[in-house]
Design a protein around this ligand. Sequence first.
Ligand code: SOE
Length: 378
Amino acid sequence: MSESDGVLGVAVIGYAFMGRAHSGAWRAVGAFRPELPQVRQQVLVGRDARQVDRAARRLGWAESSTDWRAVLERADVDVVDVCVPGHLHAEIAVAALEAGKHVIVEKPLANTLVEAEKMVDAARLARTRGIRSMVGFNYRRVPALALARQHVADGRIGEVRQVRISYLQDWLVDETAPMSWRLRRESAGSGALGDLGSHAVDQVRFLLGQEVTQVDGMTHTFVTRRPGERGTEDVSVDDAAWATLRTDGGAVVSLEVSRMATGRKNSLQIDVFGSRGSLRFDLESLNELWTCLDGAEFATRVLVTQPDQPYLDGWWPPGHVLGWDHTFTHQAADFLQALAQGEDPTPSFEDGLAVQQVLEAIERSGTHQDVSTPQPEV
Ligand code: SOE
């Protein structure tokens, strides 16, 4: 904590999509949970001096910088929030932990298992000095999903047997959609699998409280070349991925993620079927959870906006619905609460590594059998 005023100085590294989402969270968290340690939006970091400066002013930051290493040296920065492409996560996060900063890293934790393992090692060492770290799986902070987890943990749907989870987007349907860092293996690690599949695998672990033990998967790239800055380029990641998973609690999961699902913008849908009930969630109606509990015959729609439901006591009266960006505010609040209590926030880097292991196993699997054409009998 900055000695001068007892306020935590935050630096966000990256100011594109996730940097903006996290900036909004740091701006809003004090109003949502005023009892938590106060934060100061100290410095926003990016590569382009003019653009990062403009973004910093627009997003409420006191300053901007183009040098993340120099930012790690500063005494007025206590928390470093990493929102850059995946190939930069490990280097920045490890350096920040070594510099004694608390660290949040946007999901997925890293692009490779080797990087994720290094980050876990650094987090474990830092933990012994009271330095905290967390990976940003924001959907854990959707009130309806946090409630779903409680129902599973309380046994309200019995023993979980089957899960269906799909995360579908359509921003790559257009074959002329341009190349970006998200479509290059060297910067993104993988495509829909890492970006969307990481959320899906994290939700399975979060909702069920179980580990994935076996996978069978397949990835596919539908459009293999796209226009880039230097002419047409090869797409080196998947557009979509499918997998079936088994968990250590005996559940079977079917998982599907895609950036080619025409007409679906950001559709995360989850069904959890248990021996005594089921749960259904759709991100496009994120204030709702369909629940069939305690052996009931039918599912009913529950509007998750009551103050006694997860995350809702700090917001508005019942029925005043929340949105996608609130999940980042909840994430910042959970992180601050853990710091205030001297505890490790979740999900930890170890959780991020566990997700990474499942994703890598999905990529490695995919030895598919040819279906032989039956020979007509003569
Ligand atoms: C990808 O399009 C993306 O921005 C993800 O990276 C986010 O994690 C997801 O929440 C929304 O979609």
